[in-house]
Design a binder for this molecule. Structure first.
Ligand code: AMP
Ligand code: MG
Length: 322
């Protein structure tokens, strides 16, 4: 295994539309190899859940600290009881309604979940991804996969197969190409181990949606159960990310930066939240490719998906400096 960042010639790019590609990906997973897996949120770095070796490789390739447990991806709600126990009724209601979908729930694990996945915790984070290619693979696999975002720890998540190759090179054996991720930011994470759900990370499924589905209000996490998305520095491109509340504020800032001989650009999706989420990471990657030093982002309103976008932007802006 190399730690090269350069694009690899040995990574297989598999056309996700073909059954033969899914079969090849399964063959690699069963041989403890890692693959790039498309989901509706971002591309995952997938390893077989029952393979301790594969799970350990995921931490090594991502350079991820071992105390940041991985999300287990399974084929369907019907499979949930194999991996989790003591599931509160409200959690069942939420999963039945939202899965497959961009919601991860944390539950008490069964002994089918190995220590390597959870960092020794008695809880496990689980979701069913809403992507045709991922679902076809999971249904055929008769196992789960761990699949954190397919980037090095702390960096911007990949939303295309090419991003995965750009980031991980030959550290990933193959990438199933399932096109551009439709949502573009990571799943909502909900701790369901208590009598009321606690939000660990905002995502495309809002707390209002969850409350409306299960009739129980979602609380902000007390900070006890940490999620890597809760770290202050995360989702960081190489460029500096600055936040502006309005387009005029962004223009003023751009002028100041240019007068200071910085290469800078504005990112403004005019409050179109779905477009914003879908294009955020690829726009930041493009800025890096172009050698832009500062990206001034006009932040969206803190409603619905805007809450999750603001969360990622806040972390990206804290992580970057000139
Ligand atoms: P990522 O794989 O970077 O999208 O992040 C997955 C998130 O799920 C991380 O923030 C993990 O810390 C979180 N997570 C995974 N397992 C657990 C768990 N047992 N309890 C709390 N959070 C978890
Ligand atoms: Mg990640």
């Amino acid at each position: 295994m190399t730690s090269s960042n350069s694009p690899s010639t040995s990574t297989e790019i598999l056309d996700g539309a073909l059954d033969t590609s899914v079969d090849r990906a399964i063959e690699l997973l069963r041989a403890d190899r890692l693959i790039g897996l498309p989901t509706e949120t971002v591309y995952g770095l997938a390893g077989l859940a029952s393979s301790k070796l594969a799970v350990r490789k995921v931490f090594v390739v991502k350079k991820r600290p071992l105390d940041h447990p991985l999300i287990l991806h399974i084929a369907s709600y019907e499979d949930l009881d194999n991996w989790a126990q003591d599931i509160p009724e409200y959690a069942r209601v939420i999963c039945k309604r939202i899965w497959p979908g961009p919601l991860t729930i944390v539950l008490r694990r069964t002994n089918k979940v190995c220590d390597e996945i959870t960092g020794g915790r008695e809880t496990v984070a689980i979701r069913v991804p809403n992507h045709e290619v991922a679902l076809r693979l999971l249904r055929k696999l008769d196992d789960g996969v761990v699949a954190p975002s397919a980037n090095r720890f702390g960096k911007v998540s990949p939303t295309t197969a090419q991003h995965v190759v750009d980031d991980l090179g030959s550290d990933v054996s193959a990438v199933l190409d399932g096109g551009v991720c439709l949502i573009g930011i990571e799943s909502t994470i909900l701790d369901c181990t208590l009598s009321t759900p606690q939000l660990l990370r905002p995502g495309a499924i809002s707390t209002e949606q969850i409350r409306d589905i299960c009739g129980v209000a979602v609380e902000e996490s007390s900070g006890e159960s940490r999620a890597s998305g809760m770290l202050e520095k995360h989702y960081a491109p190489n460029c500096r990310v600055e936040l502006a509340e309005t387009h005029v504020d962004a223009e003023v800032r751009l002028e100041i930066l240019k007068a200071d001989n910085r290469t800078a650009q504005i990112l403004d999706f005019s409050g179109d939240l779905a477009l914003f989420a879908a294009n955020l990471y690829s726009s930041l990657r493009q800025a890096d490719t172009q050698g832009i030093q500062v990206v001034v982002v006009v932040v969206p309103p803190a409603i619905g998906l805007g809450v999750a976008i603001r969360d990622r932007l806040a972390k990206a802006s804290q992580a970057t400096s000139l």
